[in-house]
Design a protein around this ligand. Structure first.
Ligand code: HEM
Ligand code: NAG
Ligand code: NAG
Ligand code: NAG
Ligand code: NAG
Ligand code: NAG
Ligand code: NAG
Length: 669
């Protein structure tokens, strides 16, 4: 256990003591005395917690063989060398906007703009930044060819028992905990450079190394003479003035599940998103007077393939709030929910300030999202039983020695397995529960213009609740595998392949190959391709043999997608292991997790009981004109065929905030 906080975090205190008290001898002596005392206390704490950390680990590993621990050696480098020094007040009731001071021993742990965690050390050919090579020294196979040979033409069209709502909610959570910006090369005049069309750029800009060349016999692109996908490398710690080796990546969002996509991950954006009155967040209204996110003054969203939209919304997630209609819709839902809570709380507590209303509403929004994640979402992904035996369902289990950071293996591979549930279309459903119309998702990427028109918001949520989702399977849907972000006013085939990008991204961030990660998750190392047969179909193993030189070369993303599903889960065992590890960390490593007791920010037992009643159904009922929702909110129920299976919004889904009413000093008088 690398426990450096004792040495590190007291430096600013000492420096300050020195400068303030320079010219006064007695003060100097006192300062020295106090410093020694402080060092002593810190050393004690250090010893105590080190001991506790170690004994906890011992207990946990003997107790729970499912748990994995990081074997990487570089994890604390960013915090030690580059994170700001932050002083914390342990009595603060609300979590900070950027996640600092959640962990009182290592205040920047889990904060926005700290590094991703690595479970295994980075794997680069030069040990620093050059893409991993095959064990025989050759380049790794082209990601597009991997997609074509293994995935593209074997879609399964069976429907899931889960509805489409699982998708935007999952994506919302993904963006809550992870943000890795692309490093898009630009000219000195700030014009975006297209790595594909500019041969010179390919040689000059390291960012262009990630482009994917489409093979000459590509079943989609070759017909249209398209030869290249302009994928760029990610921002590194270098871009945040922190040179580290091997290359380290920075998460621009807070690593906790804390609705940072609603509130922002730094103080300036979070203030910008507030009205500063009544605790509310800024919003715009459409012609019906319905609430939507504020509109960006200057459009920020600029992938090279940029759609021509009239509006782009401002959200707490700098890169992704407008990425597709689904994510924009659910961002809007939680903006409305915040403002709904702020309004209800101000009616109960008319004397509360803007700040208190904002923070109390925010605290409930975060608790609600955490509740939905652990109660309704995660069990579908990794399986109810697995979640239980992993120990994720235990209550009130905060442990400051658990690192809450997003693992690179999780963000850049395991959780992206859920890209397989992206459907081709969204349905807009009328009041009478008929499909009014459907849209191709890929036609509406980076373009939320449809959302505020008429009753589209309600129709889209009805569609999410009523439409069966796509089942997880190795392939992504054909559209997202070929037509993602097409050039404005150009045909769909000018778009990108999300699966190729996901494979390429794993190489960009230096992920270890599948075999190593599978091993971390408790399997013995495969010596040969054929050893993979416990989890991967023999037909796929044979294709893998054609693509890769050795079993130790297979990309993590590829292996994860090919694994047979675990019992009760919608992902295979290795993805299940990585996702469980992450969501264990996000819960146990979060001092402000909604069920943690004995903290300044803890809910009262009565409040907690109310929080535990809230489902995504409550949120939808409180913020839309959807009139019926199901108890199992992610299960498909066809309202027309089973009109009594859903419940009417109203009493059953009412959020009771009575326990947030403070005895008023004014009324006491
Ligand atoms: C319509 C739905 C979705 C679309 C169109 C979409 C598309 C994308 C795209 C284009 C990227 C950036 C890829 C790159 O450059 O590396 C990305 C990243 C990612 N996606 Fe999705 N995605 C969707 C849904 C989901 C879902 C349901 C999840 C998981 C629950 C998910 C998890 C992630 C994660 C963790 C990242 C990395 C984010 C970061 O750190 O910046 N996505 N997705
Ligand atoms: C987070 O916010 C605090 C307080 O505003 C600030 O001092 C710190 O530099 C920020 N960043 C990190 C990584 O803690
Ligand atoms: C394909 O592109 C190449 C290079 O830009 C060009 O020379 C060729 O004429 C194009 N062919 C078609 C069929 O458009
Ligand atoms: C990020 O850092 C790399 C390497 O130093 C540099 O080439 C690139 O221009 C930087 N990107 C941005 C957006 O500053
Ligand atoms: C705060 O976050 C926004 C994006 O949400 C970003 O544009 C801005 O540069 C950040 N500001 C600081 C000081 O980091
Ligand atoms: C979806 O895309 C396909 C292929 O481009 C097209 O044939 C179809 O009409 C589109 N559907 C809608 C609703 O736009
Ligand atoms: C390495 O293996 C790959 C895949 O089997 C093969 O295409 C490539 O030619 C090999 N390279 C060398 C140097 O043998």
């Amino acid at each position: 256990m690398n426990w450096f906080s004792g040495n590190n975090e007291n430096k600013p205190l000492l420096n300050k003591a020195k400068t303030n008290l320079k010219n006064n001898r007695t003060w100097i002596l006192r300062a020295i005395f106090l410093s020694i005392l402080l060092l002593g206390v810190l050393y004690l704490l250090f010893v105590l917690f080190k001991g506790e950390a170690e004994s906890n680990n011992v207990i946990k590993t003997t107790k729970n063989p499912l748990h994995i621990s990081s074997k990487a050696t570089t994890n604390d480098n960013y915090l030690i060398q580059c994170a700001p020094r932050v002083k914390c007040d342990p009595n603060v009731k609300y979590r900070s906007i950027n996640g600092s001071c959640n962990n009182l021993y290592v205040p920047t742990r889990g904060a926005a703009k700290t590094s991703f965690l690595r479970l295994l050390d980075a794997n680069y050919n030069d040990g620093h930044y050059d893409f991993r090579r095959q064990t025989n020294g050759s380049k790794l196979p082209n990601p597009r060819i991997i997609n074509i040979k293994l995935f593209l033409s074997r879609e399964i069209y069976r429907l899931s028992e889960n509805n489409v709502l699982l998708l935007p909610f999952g994506q919302l959570i993904a963006h809550d905990i992870s943000g890795l910006p692309n490093d898009v090369p630009r000219t000195p005049n700030d014009v975006i450079i297209d790595c594909c069309t500019d041969d010179n750029a390919r040689k000059t800009f390291a960012q262009c190394q990630l482009i994917v060349e489409d093979p000459p016999d590509d079943p989609v692109y070759s017909k249209h003479n398209i030869t290249c996908m302009g994928v760029t490398r990610s921002m590194t710690s270098m871009n945040y003035s922190c040179p580290l080796s091997p290359t380290t990546f920075i998460n621009i969002n807070t690593q906790f599940i804390d609705a940072s996509e609603v509130y922002g991950s730094n103080e300036s954006i979070s203030r910008y998103l507030r009205v500063m009155e009544g605790g509310r967040l800024k919003f715009t209204t459409n012609n019906n007077g319905e609430m939507f996110c504020p509109i960006q003054k200057k459009k920020q969203y600029e992938p090279i393939q940029l759609q021509t939209s009239n509006i782009q919304y401002e959200t707490g997630d700098p890169d992704n709030g407008n990425q597709n209609l689904g994510i924009t819709a659910i961002q809007t839902l939680f903006l409305r929910y915040h403002n709904y809570l702020a309004f209800q709380l101000s009616a109960l507590n008319p004397y509360w300030s803007d700040e208190i209303l904002y923070q109390e509403s925010r605290r409930i929004v975060i608790a609600t999202i955490q509740r939905i994640v652990y109660n309704d979402f995660l069990p579908i992904i990794i399986g109810q039983d697995f979640q239980e035996i992993y120990g994720i369902n235990e209550e009130n289990i905060y442990d400051p020695t658990v690192d809450p950071s997003m693992a690179q293996e999780l963000s850049s591979a395991a959780i992206r397995v859920l890209h397989t549930i992206i459907p081709v279309q969204f349905n807009f459903m009328s009041n009478e529960y008929n499909i009014d119309y459907s849209i191709n998702i890929t036609d509406w990427m980076a373009n939320p213009d449809l959302l505020p028109i008429g009753n589209n918001f309600d129709k889209l949520f009805k569609g999410f609740l009523e439409t069966p989702g796509r089942i997880t399977q190795p392939s992504y849907n054909f559209f997202i595998s070929n037509y993602m972000f097409s050039f404005p006013k150009q045909p769909a085939y000018t778009g990108l392949d999300l699966l190729s990008i996901d494979i390429a991204r794993g190489r960009d961030v230096g992920l270890q190959p599948y075999n190593q990660v599978r091993h971390l998750c408790g399997r013995s190392l495969a010596n040969d391709f054929d050893d993979l047969v416990d989890l991967i179909h023999i037909k796929d193993i044979n294709t893998l043999k054609e693509l890769y030189h050795s079993v130790n070369d297979i990309d993590l993303m590829v292996g994860l997608l090919l694994e047979k599903l675990s019992d009760g889960a919608i992902v295979g065992p290795t993805a299940q292991c990585l996702i469980a590890d992450g969501f264990y960390r996000f819960k146990v490593g979060d001092r402000f997790f909604y069920d943690v007791q004995g903290q300044p920010g803890s809910f009262t037992p009565d409040q907690l009981k109310e929080i535990k009643k809230i489902t995504l159904g409550h949120v939808i009922c409180a913020t839309s004109n959807v009139d019926h929702v199901q108890k199992d909110i992610f299960k498909t129920i066809d309202h027309k065929s089973f009109p009594t299976s859903k419940m009417k919004c109203g009493n059953e889904f009412y959020i009771d905030l009575t326990y947030w009413k403070e005895p008023s000093h004014h009324s006491d008088l």
